[in-house]
Write a new protein. Structure first.
Length: 757
């Protein structure tokens, strides 16, 4: 622990000018605003504080205006979006679900293993800091083309191992996720991690500080120099010199996090604490300012008391360090010994570093000497942090996309060859190479281990009875790039469709919004359109936004040529409630002879499909067919069919179209299908088109009439495709092979690509 003031630390107390502000990433007008707030010129420590807290990553200064237009109310919502460490929804019987998704893109781009691992650690801390025990993890990953790019394979190996090593050691199962490949993600992979937990509604811990005189503790790991200015690093483009920022990447310890989890949940059983917050982006300064601003109070913090693991750390380094596995706890005065005893039991640091004060001022001291004094409210989102409205401009490619028509490409002569080749696309093929590195069965509550479903299903053992949660993450960045408004609605709708296919009722959304540079008018136009589309879909489907994360600057600046941004990728995490887990419906064909029905409207649409891009090499087309009202009707009918137990399987039609849906339904139990295409539609569109609002279900012959009655009442288009077979794949009386043939292609594609060095 540092106890002396170095000459460098004294230099940090001198007034800091505009040149330093610019080097720290602040704009000239922001520097002037800081001087106005303080009534003087800030010193280096204070300027570093504002640099971190006013970074895009912490302040949302370029997004908060639009984010506030999203729906934030609903019957099950228990916490206002963005006001707690995670979203919170009521799941009944005195229980709540805490869930959130966040990005760790920039760290993963330059150090994939630790970047991904600490993303998992951080998102789980957001959950158990609220007093909730994490019960499920999910992730949404984007990489470049692993069949041609060694860098993309390096990213994928590191990210997957980082997620697996941290999550497996921590002991929470991975219940679901998605992986997508496109050259736009070559330099900027996307690593979005989601965690889901449960807590008694009367045991929820708030991220608040209040009560002058109450002591403030730092608990968990010691503080080091890893992660310093990590928030600032995440708020700028990737360039050729980004590897120089490697020290900004945090280092995780999942075993320490496991101890912190158990200590925190034990602490949550007491009434000794006022509030608690994870130390994520911007570390101590973020936790102290956000908790204080929420409670309308200040703090006096003595930085020399913070346990450190490196000698000679300066005050601003301690303030901004993003070392993992740490939390800030405000304790009721007089209960200090009780709290310390809990953390001593788990062999964790629990050190009093400050006191809650009246007013709004944060004062940081070093051996009794003040080193930074700032108003808490001036630092936080919705307080004094700047809010901007950026210029918008529709990209020219949007009009180009609209010119595409299906008749511009021919129907292939050999549909069988195209169908089998489609299964070899990394975007369609089995992701087993990834998922087998994750522990999916720890705690033995994963209901999809031997019976996969469209969403992850977990039994709520803590709640007793048969209640379960359905969880999913969804987004097709290609759709969103083609049409940001429609693509965002599709992302929300597919998540809800996946939840509904299991029989669960969608109840809330968390989002991770991944975009390029917000100062680019075309990127900001994409962002604005996505927010509008997401909001419209969430309102229509009754899934309020509980919180999330915005990740801008996912683009590469090159020495020559324009910057390369990723597809706009608004990843949607969604949670649904299943009151009776025994009525869950999986995606697998169950028995030979079951009838196969297609629900929803089919069209001649092949826009934006994997088929169009892979087989015809067409990159420019609009988003696929979508109708929000049809989605609403389909989801309602799916849930009713599951509740009445009239279907034996359900799987939505998405990437790869109807063909891929059928093959994926056949593989778990080695069953095939005999189906007919719609003679009024192009056969390639019917089989490979990705028009939305559709699902394939199977029905036992004895339930056919009752099934059709429900579908008619729900006004959902329905056609009988055919029936389940022993293992042969037949389309329009043509033998396409056996399910074993399809499985061999489907499962080999990614391992073969990753075998390359």
């Amino acid at each position: 622990m540092s106890t002396t003031t170095s000459p460098a630390a004294h230099a940090d107390l001198q007034p800091a000018g505009l040149d330093i502000a610019k080097k720290l990433g602040l704009l000239p007008e922001e520097y002037e605003q800081i001087k106005t707030i303080l009534g003087r010129t800030p010193n280096f420590n204070e300027l570093s504080i504002y640099s971190a807290m006013w970074s895009e990553h912490c302040s949302y200064k370029n997004s908060i205006r639009l984010l506030k237009t999203l729906p934030r109310s609903g019957a099950r919502l228990l916490a206002e979006a963005g006001q707690e460490n995670a979203g919170l929804v009521d799941i009944g019987d005195g229980w709540a679900c805490a869930f959130k998704i966040e990005s760790h893109n920039h760290p993963s781009a330059i150090e994939p293993y630790q970047g991904a691992a600490t993303g998992v650690g951080g998102i789980n801390r957001d959950i158990f800091t609220m007093g909730a025990r994490p019960i499920a993890q999910l992730n949404s990953l984007r990489f470049g083309d692993i069949t041609t790019e060694a860098r993309s394979r390096w990213h994928m190996r590191g990210v997957v191992k980082g997620i697996g090593d941290y999550g497996n050691a921590f002991g929470v199962p991975v219940l679901g996720g998605e992986v997508y490949f496109d050259p736009c993600y070559t330099t900027n992979p996307l690593v979005n991690a989601m965690s889901v937990g449960v807590v008694r509604t009367d045991k929820v811990i708030s991220a608040i500080s209040e009560g002058p005189g109450n002591p403030v503790f730092i608990v968990g790991s010691s503080t080091g120099k890893d992660g310093i200015h990590g928030a600032s690093f995440a708020s700028k483009d990737i360039t050729g010199s980004s590897m120089d920022d490697l020290p900004a990447v945090q280092v995780g310890d999942p075993f320490m996090e496991k101890l912190l989890l158990e200590a925190t949940l034990e602490l949550a059983e007491t009434d000794a604490i006022i509030g608690m917050q994870d130390m994520g982006a911007a570390g101590i300064i973020c936790s102290t300012s956000e908790m204080s601003a929420k409670g309308g109070c200040g703090m006096d913090v003595h930085l020399e008391h913070v346990p450190t693991r490196q000698e000679g750390m300066r005050p601003w380094e301690i303030l901004l360090s993003e070392s993992q596995e740490r939390m800030l706890v405000v304790v009721k005065k007089g209960r200090e010994a009780e709290v310390k005893a809990i953390f001593d039991k788990w062999d964790l640091n629990c050190v009093e570093i400050g006191t809650v004060t009246k007013g709004d001022t944060l004062r940081f001291f070093w051996n009794g000497e003040p080193v930074a004094t700032v108003p808490a409210e001036s630092l936080v989102l919705g307080g004094g942090a700047p809010v901007y409205t950026r210029e918008e401009k529709e990209p020219a490619y949007i009009a180009e996309n609209a010119r595409f028509k299906p008749d511009m490409v021919p129907v292939p002569d050999d549909l069988k060859a195209v169908a089998m080749d489609l299964l070899a696309s990394p975007n369609i093929a089995s992701k087993r190479w990834i998922t087998e590195q994750y522990d999916t069965m720890v705690r033995t509550l994963n209901m999809g281990t031997n019976a996969p479903a469209d969403a992850g299903l977990v039994l709520l053992k803590e709640a007793g009875g048969k209640k379960g949660l359905a969880v999913t993450v969804d987004c097709n960045g290609r759709y969103v790039h083609a049409d940001p408004y429609t693509g965002a609605m599709i992302a929300v709708s597919e998540a809800a469709r996946n939840i509904s296919c299991t029989g669960a009722e969608p109840c809330g959304v968390t989002n991770c919004l991944n975009f390029g540079n917000p100062y680019d008018p075309e990127v900001y136009w994409q962002f604005a359109q996505v927010i509008r589309g997401m909001g419209d879909a969430c309102r229509a489907l009754g899934t309020p936004v509980t919180g999330g994360n915005v990740s801008f600057y996912n683009q590469t600046v090159k020495e020559q040529g324009p910057a390369v941004a990723v597809f706009p990728t608004p990843t949607i995490g969604m949670v649904g409630v299943l009151d009776d887990i025994d009525k869950r419906v999986g995606l697998a064909f169950r028995a030979k002879g079951d009838l196969i029905f297609l629900l929803g409207r089919s069209t001649d649409d092949i826009a934006c499909s994997e088929y169009l891009v892979r087989h015809h090499l067409v990159q420019r087309s609009p988003a696929p067919y979508f109708d929000l009202r049809e989605e609403q009707a389909l989801h309602q009918v799916l849930r009713e069919l599951c509740q009445q137990q009239l279907i034996t399987a359900a799987h939505d039609v998405s990437d790869g179209g109807l063909w891929t849906t059928l093959v994926e339904m056949g593989m778990p139990n080695g069953l095939g299908f005999d189906v007919l295409t719609d003679s009024e539609l192009r056969p390639d569109a019917f089989m490979f088109g990705e028009g939305q609002g559709r699902a394939v279900v199977t029905v036992h012959v004895d339930n056919e009439n009752e099934f059709l009655d429900h579908v008619r009442v729900g006004s959902v288009p329905c056609i009988l495709l055919g029936h389940v077979t022993k293992g042969k794949l037949v389309v329009d009386d043509e033998h396409f092979g056996f399910i074993a043939d399809a499985r061999a292609i489907y499962e080999a594609a990614i391992p073969e690509a990753m075998a390359e060095q």
